[in-house]
Design a protein around this ligand. Structure first.
Ligand code: PMP
Length: 356
């Protein structure tokens, strides 16, 4: 008897490996450094805004997220019809691939990069074209431009790159945009934008204003510390933003997510001070690691990459023993989020053992 069968490519969708929670060890505080989360607890004002939304949970959210669009438009100085909000920026990446790719069309991206890219591409029955990152973890934008074919519909640029850490410069992005045909969508994934401290880094808003094929994806999960509440936004030319909104899951951004995002934008200065503190910790960790002999790539996000190769599993186990949970990419390396100072100190101690 025949049974309903999903499309053949559904079985090919790679799994998303979520960061593990910390192992509970009696008498020892354990830290989760495996998902690039923000270690600070939510601000009281954000919790209050969420609590107000909780009381309305018998009602659907504002499907148009109108107050959130207005707040984003004002904060970033862009028209509201150049925005699209979604269930995390990962939702936007799915929608972009769906909106622009027919089955078999190609999506070019760096690898290793954000693990949801091949998932979103395969889910849309498109073809992933992975361009290896350079030995120092940077995007090889020359090779990415060269990988564009007649079938390419989307190029994904992740800056800073998860999991390796470096960010793309404006000059590098401009050179890519000059080579990529204007009918190809260039997505700049700026999930970690607020952590970048590079004078020549990409200015996403200025770039999207100059190019009709550029879209920025951003999130409240990292700098704003709302990973658990799932809200991201895209900044794009009006027709692209409209396509994204058309593909949105109805009511995909909950009342509490809208409330938390708006309350966070209202408290942006305070949240960005926390980001400054995390950046200072990141720079302290990178310096500490280099002191003990680690040649870690430039870290522009809230995480550090260790190219450990075959030693990855051992490193992850040693970290676990020390009460920090990292994100291993078996056979390649480990990505470790910047967390509380104590957690970062433990990381430096564990890494010292693996240096050299
Ligand atoms: N892009 C990158 C590069 C990421 O690392 C992540 C989260 N790990 C996302 C997008 C998605 O984040 P969210 O869906 O929470 O907005």
């Amino acid at each position: 008897m025949s049974t309903p069968q999903p499309r053949a490519n559904v079985a090919e969708i790679p799994p998303y490996v979520a960061g593990k929670p910390p192992t509970i060890r009696p008498g020892m505080t354990s830290y989760k450094l495996s998902s690039n989360e923000n270690p600070y607890p939510p601000l009281p004002g954000v919790i209050e805004a969420v609590q107000a939304g909780v009381g309305a949970m018998n009602r659907y959210p504002d499907m148009g997220s109108s107050a959130l669009y207005a707040a984003l438009a004002e904060t970033f100085g862009v028209p509201a019809d150049h925005l699209s909000v979604a269930t995390g920026s990962v939702g936007l990446i799915y929608q972009l691939v769906q909106a622009f790719c027919d089955p078999g069309d190609e999506v070019v991206f760096a690898w290793r990069s954000f693990e949801a890219y091949p998932i979103a591409v395969t889910a849309a029955a498109a073809t992933a074209v992975k361009v290896p990152v350079l030995p120092d973890g940077r995007h090889d934008l020359d090779a990415m431009a060269a990988a564009v074919t007649d079938r390419t519909k989307v190029v994904l640029v992740c800056t800073p790159n998860n999991p390796t850490g470096p960010a793309v410069t404006q000059a590098e992005l401009d050179a890519l945009l000059a080579r990529v045909p204007s009918h190809v969508l260039v997505v700049v994934d700026e999930a970690y934008l607020e952590f970048v401290r590079m004078d020549d880094a990409v200015d996403g808003i200025a770039t999207y204003r100059r190019h009709d094929n550029v879209v920025l994806t951003r999130t409240f999960s990292k700098a704003y510390g709302l990973a658990g509440i799932r809200v991201g936004y895209a900044v794009a030319p009006a027709p692209i933003a409209a396509a994204l909104r058309a593909l949105s899951l109805p009511f995909g951004v909950s009342t509490i997510a809208q409330a938390a995002a708006i309350a966070s934008l209202e408290r942006r200065d305070e949240l960005l001070e926390r980001v400054d503190a995390l950046v200072a910790e990141r720079d302290r960790v990178v310096a500490g690691l280099r002191d003990v002999g680690w040649d870690v790539p430039d870290a522009q996000g809230n995480f550090v990459w260790f190219g450990l190769g075959e030693r990855t599993r051992d490193f992850a186990s040693a970290a676990d023993e020390a009460g920090i949970v990292v994100r291993p990419f078996v056979g390649e390396g480990a990505r470790v989020s910047i967390g509380e100072s104590e957690a970062n100190d433990r990381l430096i101690s564990v890494a010292a053992v693996f240096a050299g």
